[in-house]
Design a protein around this ligand. Structure first.
Ligand code: UDX
Length: 463
């Protein structure tokens, strides 16, 4: 029976279109792997900019489309502008590509692997233009939103937040509670620092409107974690919602990392005692100034806790090289105690028995990956949804400490020790271990995410 079902799905093709940023590519390719494991044929249409490594996914078809992004625009210095350009530049190329796929006439892209009828488009919520393209072709569109439910609700509340003068954020109101979105304060609202507020509001507004216009919303989360927000979401969004995460626990995906992961840190972790190491990484986009970077370095060294620190290119504003920044004698001082890499195999690091804490920027993938491995967090959000995630980690799930002020070495040292060696950290470790169990249960047969995935498959067949 199951084989028959799978055979039926083999005849169904899905087109997935990710937003070309690391934190968005990872969950989209994980989703693709999940759906492929359920029998669907997968076509990944992607921009040339930040194109995923197709060799890690020999069973998918990858089709690049032009994106009109210049090297300067691709420098990440202005993510808002980049996303806005992509939403304009990709419309015609995506439509042309889908027309070819749907008509199956163009032999140059129609290989034997992709002859199946295309059932729907699955695209990232940020790529809001895709709804118009799909509508024009009468192709159903499902949306993947890669963030938490809470942060998505906060984005959806932008019109009310503007009306009530929470937005734009005023420096004198940072600590004011947002009574409409407890426990958020004004400083937690998911904004990107920009002088171009109009573009920000347009991007967020279009994202939300086009999710509402879609045939369903897929989320990388699990019901137990975000129950009350999910109830609010389903009331506000009258479309099917599928909470099928944590994706990487449903299907251990091949690496979709854009940067080479330095595996040597795993051998270093092997030499460290259990739960002794604090892993430090701020994801693919977050950055800081040189003074904060110095405070971080000294805070880590002075904590006397072993640490694994990801110092990727671009972590410090306006600097591609970090070597000259190291304070005199710093590298000698941390020898044996600290391991520094440019990019780590993060999921393996978090799963390593030596890791006892994660100092994170609270990107949603990092937050979820930490919860899934039962690792408590030190939260230092940088922009956008990260602030919402950090507030939930520290004040709702109570599995992390929030570094709310500008980084300062004494404060860092004190909080690392609270997390890594004091009773407080131990309590958080217990709470996050319980969330880890709930995450694991959700993807097993009968679990909420497992069931939701079955509903998603049924929805795809209904198209
Ligand atoms: C961005 C946003 O910043 C984030 O808030 C949003 O939720 C998704 O898009 P990013 O900043 O890169 O993502 O953070 P995050 O969501 O945590 O994703 C980073 C991904 O890169 C994770 O899957 C993580 O495992 C991976 N990673 C990170 C590595 O593989 N190696 C590293 O060294 C660091």
């Amino acid at each position: 029976m199951e084989e028959e079902e799978e055979q039926k799905r083999r005849g169904v093709g899905l087109v997935l279109f990710p937003c070309p940023l690391q934190g968005h590519i990872n969950p989209m390719l994980q989703l693709a792997s999940i759906l492929h494991s359920k029998g669907f044929s997968i076509i990944i249409v992607h921009t040339r900019f930040n194109s995923p490594n197709s060799s890690n996914y020999p069973h998918f078809n990858f089709i690049p489309i032009p994106d009109g992004i210049s090297d300067i625009q691709a420098s990440f210095s202005d993510v808002l502008a980049l996303l806005s350009h992509l939403n304009v530049n990709c419309a015609v190329p995506l439509r042309d590509c889908l027309v070819r796929l749907l008509s199956d006439h163009d032999n140059s892209i129609s290989t034997s692997k992709e002859k199946e009828p295309i059932s729907c488009l699955i695209s990232d919520a940020i790529m809001h233009f895709t709804q118009g393209v799909a509508d024009g072709l009468k192709l159903p569109r499902l949306v993947l939103r890669t963030s938490s439910v809470e942060s998505f609700l906060a984005f959806a509340a932008f019109p009310v937040l503007r009306q009530k003068n929470y937005l734009p954020i005023s420096d004198s109101e940072l600590e004011t509670p947002v009574t409409e979105l407890p426990p958020l304060k004004v400083k937690d609202l998911p904004v990107i620092k920009t002088h171009d507020l109009k573009t920000l509001y347009q991007l967020v507004g279009s994202m939300v409107d086009q999710v509402k216009a879609s045939s369903g919303l897929i989320l990388n989360t699990f019901d137990h974690l975000e129950q009350s927000s999910l109830s609010a979401l389903t009331q506000e969004f009258p479309i099917p919602v599928f909470t099928i995460g944590p994706f990487h626990k449903l299907f251990p995906a091949s690496s979709s990392s854009l940067l080479t992961q330095d595996q040597s840190c795993i051998a270093w972790l092997d030499t460290q005692p259990p739960k002794s190491v604090i892993y430090v990484s701020f994801g693919s986009l977050a950055s800081m100034d040189e003074a904060e970077f110095m405070e971080m370095a000294w805070g880590l060294a002075n904590s006397k806790c072993p640490f694994l620190w990801v110092v990727r290119s671009g972590l410090v504003h306006d600097s591609d090289r970090v070597e000259p920044l190291w304070p005199d004698g710093f590298l000698e001082m941390i020898s044996g105690k600290g391991c520094i890499v440019k990019w780590a195999p993060q999921q393996d690091v978090l799963a390593h028995p030596a890791v006892g804490g994660f100092w994170t920027h609270n990107g949603w993938n990092s937050t979820l990956e930490s919860i899934c491995e039962g690792v408590p967090m030190l939260c230092h959000p940088n922009f956008g949804d990260q602030m919402v995630n950090a507030r939930y980690v520290s004040h709702v799930w109570r599995v992390g400490l929030h570094l709310e002020n500008r980084l300062e070495r004494k404060e860092i040292e004190r909080n690392i020790r609270r997390l890594m060696v004091e009773k407080e950290g131990e309590d958080m470790r217990e709470r996050v271990a319980s969330l880890k169990e709930k995450a694991e249960a959700s993807v097993k047969k009968g679990g909420s995410s497992y069931e939701s995935l079955e509903e998603l498959i049924a929805q795809i067949f209904s198209f």
